[in-house]
Design a protein around this ligand. Structure first.
Ligand code: SF4
Length: 349
């Protein structure tokens, strides 16, 4: 397939064999495509001809996703190497300007952004990882200069336009992904996004919405307990008699549900909220476990609450009981395995 002029090298999307097999199984056969600032994959596209390879993203997360690399500055034709740029003007109306010679590349960049976003809309993305501190790719806190002095902060031109165009897509920058909690939260949302796309691809029916909500209930509870019932009311109110998934009432319910779901998942899943979920799950086994097993489970949950063991410890024990007692509701709960265990996202205290 011919590459579009200036588009990042698709070979950097990584080995299909390495990325596809396990990720495909987890995502029910569909790929998980994530956009990424190309320099984070090791592409030598920075202003100085260098890169900013992030080995975790390329080598670890890269086993489960298909990267779609984007370098706004190289792809819009500014060349490699090129003069360093910064944002100038005001935070509300930032302009992309070269630092030493003051050449204004804003019009060229904005024209390219519109076309690139149209193409990215066809990529079936489930999220994007941006490079920090870039006037083009940074998603927050980019300094805007006026008369050589800092005049506030804003988003990089491309990152800002991307987030306005795709407001529900999970986005994060590589700096924040070094925080284990933020990393888990981002990747969890990416997998939720993929499952939502799968649900829509299967018809987006009212019955499917009930199933989707049911399997995510405990995951939602870990982030925002009140949202479980609020989202449940949207599901219950979704029209059931309409025959097609394209019907307006159902489409509105789906939109309201997914917007509310992503907002709920953006709230922090604290240890206290996770303990609440773990105890809730334990309640399903209270008649099945013997006294010794109950004591052990309570002890493990307590140790997690006191930050002596990671979340994965009580979750593994509960998964064991879910398998043993075959509770149909718990068996389908995404909370028990929201992302590949190989990513070890719940192994930190
Ligand atoms: S930060 Fe963005 S614009 Fe800069 S080199 Fe990386 S991908 Fe390109």
């Amino acid at each position: 397939m011919r590459r579009r002029k200036g588009e990042s090298d698709p070979k950097a999307r990584g080995s299909a064999a390495a990325q596809g097999a396990l990720g495909a199984r987890i995502a029910g056969g569909a790929r998980i495509a994530l956009g990424i600032s190309a320099c984070l994959l090791g592409q030598e596209v920075r202003y100085d001809g260098g890169h900013k390879l992030d080995r975790y993203l390329r080598d670890t997360l890269g086993r489960f996703v298909t990267w779609v690399p984007v370098c706004p500055e190289a792809e819009c034709g500014l060349g490699i190497p090129r003069e360093a740029m910064h944002l100038a003007g005001t935070p509300a109306h930032p302009r992309l300007v070269t630092v030493k010679t003051g050449v204004d590349h804003t019009a060229r960049m904005l024209a390219w952004i519109q076309k690139r976003l149209d193409r990215l809309a066809q990529e079936d993305l489930c999220g994007f990882v941006f490079k920090t501190r870039s006037p083009s790719s940074g998603m927050r806190g980019i300094t805007v200069y006026k008369n050589g002095q800092p005049a506030g902060t804003t988003q990089g031109l491309f990152a800002g336009a991307f987030m306005r165009r795709f407001p529900l897509l999970p986005v994060e920058d590589e700096g924040r992904l070094n925080d284990p909690g933020l990393r888990e939260s981002f990747i969890e949302k990416v997998f939720v996004f993929r499952r939502w796309k799968d649900y829509l691809a299967e018809g987006g029916t009212a019955a499917g919405l009930v199933r989707f909500h049911t399997m995510h209930k405990l995951l939602i509870m870990a982030h925002d307990p009140q949202a479980v019932s609020a989202l449940g009311r949207i599901v219950a109110g979704a029209p059931r008699r309409e025959r097609t998934a394209a019907s307006r009432g159902l489409a509105a319910a789906r939109d309201a549900y997914f917007t509310g779901l992503m907002a709920a998942l953006s709230r922090e899943a604290t240890a206290r909220k996770n303990v609440n979920v773990l105890q809730h799950i334990m309640g399903y086994f209270k008649k099945s476990l013997n006294a010794e097993e109950k004591v052990e489970l309570l002890q493990v949950i307590r140790e997690y609450h006191q930050a002596q063991v990671p979340l994965i410890v009580p979750v593994v024990l509960l998964r064991h009981y879910v398998r043993r007692f075959r509770d149909p509701y718990l068996t389908q709960q995404v909370y028990l395995e929201p992302h590949p265990v190989e990513l070890a996202l719940r192994n930190h205290v």
